[in-house]
Design a protein around this ligand. Structure first.
Ligand SMILES: [Zn+2]
Length: 135
């Protein structure tokens, strides 16, 4: 008997879910910082406060693949992408097929979803996650 396929169910998370918990690069010390509605909080250099709209800090979780750049707002988002990429069966809610493809998973580019890129994408995701734990 073959092992049961790994299932993934899109929880329907949208971009707004991550607005208050983004991991970014601190504009002052270049280390990992948190960015949300209250502004930027950096535990490394103590920077704390709002940043101007035009100078939004860069996301911390970025990784290059041969096909394009992969990015995530935070570890939860990265984990969601990882589970999606690693899954054999991708389940969707019924509303999915009716034009509402605005979830963060639904918006992933085709090369992320492609099974032939799975190994490479998972490797980049693991490297991205490690950069947070080490940072
Ligand atoms: Zn800092």
């Amino acid at each position: 008997m073959s092992p049961a396929p790994v299932r993934f169910h899109d929880p329907g998370t949208t971009r707004c879910s991550y607005r208050d918990s983004m991991l970014v690069r601190c504009p002052r010390c270049d280390r990992i910082a948190h960015f949300g509605a209250g502004g930027l909080i950096c535990r490394s250099c103590g920077m704390c406060g709002p940043v101007a709209q035009c100078t939004w800090p860069a996301l911390w979780l970025r990784g290059d693949t041969r096909h394009g750049e992969l990015w995530a707002y935070d570890l939860e988002h990265l984990d969601l992408i990882r589970r999606f990429v690693a899954a054999d069966l991708r389940e969707r809610d019924p509303w999915y097929e009716h034009g509402r493809k605005m979830t963060v998973v639904g918006r992933l580019p085709a090369w992320v979803k492609s099974a032939k890129n799975r190994t490479e994408v998972l490797r980049v995701i693991d490297r991205m996650r490690a950069s947070v734990i080490e940072g």
